[in-house]
Design a protein around this ligand. Structure first.
Ligand SMILES: Nc1ncnc2c1ncn2[C@@H]1O[C@H](COP(=O)(O)OP(=O)(O)OP(=O)(O)O)[C@@H](O)[C@H]1O
Ligand SMILES: [Mg+2]
Length: 387
């Protein structure tokens, strides 16, 4: 097992989650489609890739699309068809697919009108395009389709002309494919930006209500220690039991990503800065991590996804990161009341934001108190916005 911090892990680098894989695979085989809700860096992509590996081993056809490049609808269709080309049934689809290629080629590129992209020709032809794309899918063949970073695509569609109508009809098209009677195609979706936040915010949750959530949890103490042991053994780092315990205690919320980050930082401090591996190195590594870039995306996503409420989300988080044991709703109401005078609006905005921040993995609610899910993220936030 290599120490990897960033890109999804595959093969031997994937640790644990055996029971979860068995369970999720059972759900898929039973006919369910799954969304892995959003909390960032939980290991969603790695988990989904592992499921694809399992599906492939059992003879399923697999289709995997990463939509993080912020492509629009037409490019989405093109990459979907590209992926289908690798499927075993492609030969029999050649005629239908070349018709679709012809159609796609004819569509004139969109043009910019101020901030907004206008794509008249696409709008005129898209119904036909989606109809033809549907016909390329073989519902009699067991197939697992994985869409990663799905919300990036949805955001792209909604930000263009007539966005709400287009995103809604796109999601309805996809829903029809999923609920087709007798279909052997199963779908998994994940996104580092909450799909459920997006559909809820734009009042189109019904378009995805046929899909079950599957939430990946952080590692428990035992699994975290086992992962640290394996990393230490495979990478020749002398991590004593005492140090392993100290890492797990310090992190408290042990995502495999956080364990990897701590392990990597300790290896660096030991091998390059020649620090002894003891209790103090854990503190040093932790303090280094909270001042680095690893959590910048948590800041950026609020700016990108929370729209007009982003500034209030920052205000709330800035306060909550200073209260280790959590903040009461009344306290948060008081803080926002400086900016929002209307009581009904204030309560609505706070409820929406708490729902989104919990969904996106920033906060948890415990006994009526709102606190950061991860001490590491909380200390990063404090370091960046308060200190
Ligand atoms: N099962 C695992 N075993 C070991 N490390 C893991 C595992 N899952 C995730 N990681 C660690 O977490 C990092 C992020 O994993 P991954 O990209 O799968 O998460 P993600 O939830 O898809 O992230 P994002 O929200 O940014 O898309 C990996 O680079 C790796 O360090
Ligand atoms: Mg991912």
């Amino acid at each position: 097992m290599e120490s990897r911090t960033g890109t999804p892990v595959e093969g031997d680098d994937f640790f644990g989650r055996e029971k979860e894989l068995i369970y999720a695979w059972k759900r898929i085989k039973a006919g369910n489609n799954l969304i892995f809700p959003s909390p960032r860096r939980v290991g969603k992509t790695s988990f989904a890739l592992k499921l694809l590996e399992i599906a492939k081993d059992e003879g399923w056809q697999i289709i995997s699309l990463n939509l993080e490049k912020n492509i629009g609808e037409k490019a989405f269709v093109e990459s979907f068809v590209e992926e289908l080309k690798n499927s075993s049934t492609w030969e029999s689809l050649k005629e239908k697919s070349s018709k679709l290629f012809q159609l796609l080629k004819q569509i004139k590129p969109s043009f910019e009108h101020g901030e907004i992209k206008v794509s008249l020709d696409w709008q005129n032809h898209k119904e036909d395009v989606y109809k033809q794309l549907s016909e390329l899918l073989d519902h009699d063949k067991q197939t697992l389709i994985f869409m990663d970073e799905f919300t990036v695509l949805l955001s792209n569609i909604i930000n263009q002309e007539d966005g709400h109508r287009n995103v809604s009809s796109f999601l309805h098209w996809m829903r029809e494919l999923r609920i087709k009677s007798g279909s052997k195609i199963r779908w998994i979706f994940c996104s580092s930006v909450g799909i459920e936040n997006f559909t809820h915010l734009h009042r189109i949750s019904a378009t995805m209500n046929d899909i079950g959530d599957y939430s990946l949890k952080s590692f428990d103490v035992e699994t975290s220690i086992a992962m640290l042991k394996k990393l230490a053994e495979n990478n020749n780092v002398d991590l004593s039991n005492e140090v392993q315990d100290a890492i797990v205690q310090k992190l408290s919320f042990c995502l495999p990503y956080f364990l990897q980050l701590m392990f990597e930082k300790i290896s660096y401090l030991s091998e390059v800065e020649l620090l002894p591996i003891n209790f103090e190195i854990v503190e040093t590594a932790y303090n280094a991590l909270i001042s680095e870039k690893h959590f910048n995306t948590w800041i950026e996503r609020i700016d990108e996804q929370y729209g007009e409420n982003a500034k209030y989300a920052f205000t709330l988080l800035k306060h909550i990161c200073q209260e280790k044991s959590g903040s009461k709703r009344e306290t948060l109401i008081n803080i926002l009341s400086v900016y929002i005078q209307d009581t009904i609006e204030l309560n609505n905005i706070l409820s929406t934001l708490l729902f989104m921040l919990i969904n996106d993995g920033y906060l948890i609610e415990e006994k009526g108190l709102y606190l950061f899910r991860s001490p590491l993220l909380r200390d990063f936030w404090f370091n960046r916005f308060v200190k």
